[in-house]
Design a protein around this ligand. Structure first.
Ligand code: NCD
Length: 322
């Protein structure tokens, strides 16, 4: 694997391979000493042009547990705020000898530009680009679902027949997009649930059903329900009357949480707006996988960095032949 830019182009087998390596990584994370020597001497740069807490920390933990050197570069306080271009930043990282660049950027497509520009040789991992994709989030979500379904017998399996409802701000959500592509490659059945104003125009081309009624979606008894954050920072106009109205129609409130079938798991990528898209009862219940998702995130990102930097690149493979 040279880069991880999206899930749209991942095949079922690619996805299972990453999830299986993540299982191996997760096994090592239960040990007292969690650090592996695998990426000693390699440099991973976290290049974050947008705010992030858990994704940046998660990539940092993943790289450090593989013994890579980590450089955190955030746009605030850097020359980027003085107008330096992505090209100049990339060329600086190249000169510093970055082996992998983990990039989060407000512009959809920025990671692909970086990967295909020729500015750097490093492997590029998309850590969220605009409203486009967030592939490692979808991989950690799929990892969490697979573990809840198959436990220690997860390796080698897909999610055939697993029914997932993704609820909320689909329009602005890179998490929803990456999940739709990945889950469908893994054989899961995806239903998107949102107000009509928060459904993308091209949704009919996505491998997913669309519903406008959350109570109907809950009555279908999905295996997982994934609540999304309302991305107010990406909204210029008004997409729903008020937060109270949104919570009443689209929030997983205590009544809806009670109505969910007994084994439906409740997911959220974080950060959560408690009381808006998800109530505390749901977020803190044993059926919620929010903390598992965070833990899975480290294992999945270890797997991705490993496959990028140690996997096929190891041995006699040269840059020219890749
Ligand atoms: C998501 C993101 O940034 O796209 N969060 C995350 O990666 N932890 C979802 C969100 O911000 O709502």
């Amino acid at each position: 694997m040279r880069h991880l830019l999206d899930t749209r182009t991942l095949s079922r087998d690619d996805a299972i391979r990453i999830l299986d390596v993540a299982e191996d990584m997760a096994d090592t994370q239960g040990r007292e000493v969690k650090k592996l020597p695998t990426l000693r001497g390699r440099t991973v740069v976290n290049l974050f042009f947008e705010d992030s807490t858990r994704t940046r920390i998660s990539f940092e933990a993943a790289a450090k547990r593989l013994s890579a050197d980590v450089i955190n570069f955030s746009a605030k306080g850097s020359s980027v705020s003085k107008g330096e271009s992505l090209q100049d930043t990339a060329q600086t990282l190249q000169a510093m000898g970055a082996d992998a660049v983990v990039i989060r950027h407000g512009a959809s497509g920025a990671p692909r530009t970086l990967a295909t520009s020729g500015w750097i040789d490093a492997g590029v991992v998309n850590a969220g680009d605009g409203t486009h994709e967030h592939p490692t989030q979808a991989l950690l979500d799929a990892f969490t679902m697979r573990r809840r379904r198959y436990g220690s017998a997860s390796r080698g399996r897909d999610l055939a027949g697993f029914r997932v409802a993704i609820v909320g701000d689909i329009l602005h959500s890179r998490v929803a997009r990456s999940n739709v592509w990945l889950l469908s490659a893994l054989g899961a059945e995806v239903t998107l649930v949102a107000p009509p104003t928060l459904v993308p125009q091209d949704v009919s081309q996505w491998p997913a059903r669309v519903r406008f009624d959350l109570d109907e979606a809950i009555a279908e008894g999905p295996d997982a329900i994934m609540m999304l954050r309302i991305q107010t920072e990406r909204m210029s106009g008004s997409f729903f009357p008020s937060e109270r109205e949104y919570a009443r129609l689209w929030g997983l409130d205590p009544v809806r949480f009670e109505a969910l079938s007994g084994d439906t798991i409740v997911m959220h990528p974080g950060p959560m707006n408690r009381g808006l898209e998800i109530c505390a009862e749901a977020a803190d219940s044993p059926r919620a996988t929010v903390r598992e998702q965070v833990a899975s995130g480290v294992s999945v990102r270890m797997a991705v960095l490993y496959l990028l930097l140690a996997g096929e690149r190891a041995g006699t493979d040269t840059k020219e032949s890749r």
